[in-house]
Design a protein around this ligand. Structure first.
Ligand SMILES: [Zn+2]
Length: 187
């Protein structure tokens, strides 16, 4: 079992390792604060998957909780959703907040989905993070009919995450990049 798991880990990390962010692309900082135990390696590969999704639309998503001046988008990974809170919601964003915790994700709701897609669980969580980060960057909570910004993902959508095939629509990609260029803390 160990070689199989190792092989899966290498395969799931490979796209992130191959994606070389362009240094001139505008930068967004995000900070993930987990309040619960997450199965091994998933957080790291989730961050890499989210960065790769943004890299594909010409935005550098860097992970850091160190520098408050960067005004990183803080993501709280809570152990449990409040009882009866927005049934079926895995995570939510505060698109109009400009500081503090702007995204909250619920691990008790995510965990069964991650376990169902164990071999690419990091990618699934990375897509969840990318979706919520996009809400913050766009400052809207609206959704699209296709792609990463759909309000609800089907099993087919989850399966496509195995191959990093669920993406922003071209219109979303352009708009997100424009929003980031306006507020890039590095430029
Ligand atoms: Zn959404």
């Amino acid at each position: 079992m160990v070689p199989t798991k190792f092989a899966l880990l290498v395969v799931s990390l490979l796209p992130a390792l191959l994606a070389a962010p362009h240094p001139d692309n505008p930068v967004v900082f995000a900070c993930l604060k987990s309040e619960t135990y997450v199965m091994g390696g998933v957080l790291l590969s989730a961050k890499q998957a989210a960065s790769q999704i943004f890299d594909a639309i010409g935005v550098q998503l860097r992970w850091s909780c160190q520098d408050p001046a960067r005004n990183a988008i803080v993501i709280r990974l809570a152990a449990h959703a409040p009882r009866d809170f927005r049934k079926g919601t895995l995570a939510y964003a505060l698109p109009f907040a400009r500081e503090g915790v702007r995204i909250t994700a619920f691990y008790d709701r995510l965990e069964p989905i991650l376990e169902d897609h164990m071999s690419f669980a990091g990618s699934v969580l990375g897509h969840v993070l990318a979706h919520e980060i996009a809400h913050v960057l766009k400052r809207v909570d609206s959704h699209t009919d296709t792609g990463l910004m759909r309000a609800r993902w089907s099993e087919r959508d989850f399966e496509s995450m195995r191959f990093h095939a669920l993406r922003f629509t071209p219109e979303d990609a352009r708009f997100i990049r424009e929003c980031v260029e306006r507020e890039d803390p590095v430029q």
